[in-house]
Design a protein around this ligand. Structure first.
Ligand code: VNL
Length: 390
């Protein structure tokens, strides 16, 4: 095994893998799941891990004659760590598929490794539009910010909201949300009077919200990543924006099902657009929510969980279609074009863009049986990511 000599050198090891040495001929099929399990985005890791395990518990770990092995590693939400873990998984563990990717910078850090080693990379969370263009081996089962922003930018001006300040986390998905909202809302006759960006890490929303209050808009349009919505909501109330008659509209990342119930009265009535709500009415979703909750001490699944659950589905079905062949190119081909019913509704992996096409729902936070839920009241069918040029 000449390859062993190269293991010390990352570049050479990857070059060797690209030459076809990647997949060991064994009866195991390895999925390398890299997630933020600790740090500020740990809730995303916990949700996706729980969902992936649920999918396996429901569908078995034997697929097309292979035993599925899930290798879970914590990247703490740090791109350098994600990249190193992916490298180790490709070279040492010889994983057949890489999966996870809780945030945009983590997906971008790994994309070149997927390309070099020809390993399919299933992005279950990160949602900047351009991620799928970073490697032809990327397939996405989450969503994109432009995809879920158009809905609320159409809804708002029809519902008396004409003047908006946007407030987003200052990185890929936030900038996608800011741009998409402005373009669409302006096209619809509205005005974005100010575009505020807050740091991704440890944001102190107070000074920004003060600025917003002074601008006296009809509403704030917000995007912050999963987990950060509680702090935003709390500050929104503490700064008296709701009392000043300023509405909050957002993508569903803000009223994230994982934390929504703890937000309290201030969240009631907030309208958002998103691709998944735990309150989505379908038999499949009811089953998913019940099983997820039962397996995780009552935890409610959020949109991250659904991205993880569907990501496992895409991997399982690709393995079946290729009759147990772990070959990256064949798997990738079998991931493209999959059509299925997800707990979120009908979905489709567009073979051209490798991105997910799905319904986007307009929802309002309401109290249902004493609990806060994003109740869907309008459906925009089969939304493609509008952030792509082709
Ligand atoms: C991203 C987008 C992350 C949306 C999120 O939560 C989110 C990302 C951690 O692309 O980084 O809700």
């Amino acid at each position: 095994m000449q390859k062993r000599l190269f293991l010390g050198s990352i570049a050479l090891a990857v070059a060797t893998l690209a030459a076809g040495g990647a997949v060991a001929q064994t009866n195991t099929f390895k999925v390398g799941l890299i997630l933020p399990m600790t740090g500020p985005f740990a809730s995303t890791g916990r949700q996706i891990e729980a969902a992936a395990k649920l999918y396996m518990a429901q569908n078995g770990d034997n697929v097309a004659g292979k035993k599925i092995e899930l290798i879970i590693k914590d990247d703490t939400g740090t791109p350098d760590v994600t990249k190193r873990l992916a490298q180790e998984m490709i070279v040492n563990d010889k994983v057949n598929v890489l999966a996870g990717f809780g945030l945009t910078p983590l997906a971008f850090a790994t994309a070149p490794l997927a390309t070099q080693s020809k390993t399919p990379m299933v992005v279950m969370a990160a949602a900047t539009s351009s991620i799928t263009q970073a490697s032809p081996y990327i397939v996405r089962t989450s969503f994109t910010l432009p995809q879920v922003t158009v809905g609320i930018a159409d809804w708002a001006p029809k519902n008396g909201i004409k003047k908006v300040v946007s407030l987003v986390s200052d990185y890929g998905p936030g900038i996608d949300a800011e741009r998409t909202f402005k373009d669409r809302f302006t096209f619809n006759g509205g005005t974005v009077v100010e575009a505020v960006r807050v740091p991704l890490r440890n944001p102190d929303f107070a000074p920004f919200l003060q600025k917003v209050r002074d601008a006296k808009p009809d509403a704030v349009f917000a995007f912050v990543p999963s987990g950060a919505g509680s702090a935003l909501m709390k500050q929104f109330a503490e700064r008296g924006l709701d009392k000043a008659g300023i509405k909050l509209i957002a993508t569903g990342d803000v009223t994230d099902d994982d934390i929504l119930n703890d937000m309290g009265e201030v969240a009631v009535g907030v309208v958002t657009s998103h691709h998944y709500s735990a309150a989505h009415k379908s038999a499949l979703n009811q089953k998913f929510v019940d099983a997820f909750s039962k397996a995780n001490k009552g935890l409610r699944p959020n949109f991250m969980a659904v991205g993880g659950y569907d990501g496992m589905r895409v991997i399982y079905e690709a393995l079946k279609t290729t009759k147990g062949k772990g070959d990256g190119e064949a798997l990738l081909g079998a991931m493209k074009g999959q059509v299925f019913e997800s707990p979120r509704g009908p979905v489709f992996i567009d073979a051209q863009t490798r991105d997910i096409v799905q319904n986007v729902y307009i929802r309002k936070v309401e109290k249902v049986g004493g609990q806060l839920y994003n109740v869907e009241f309008e459906t925009i069918k089969d939304v493609k990511d509008p952030g792509k040029t082709k």
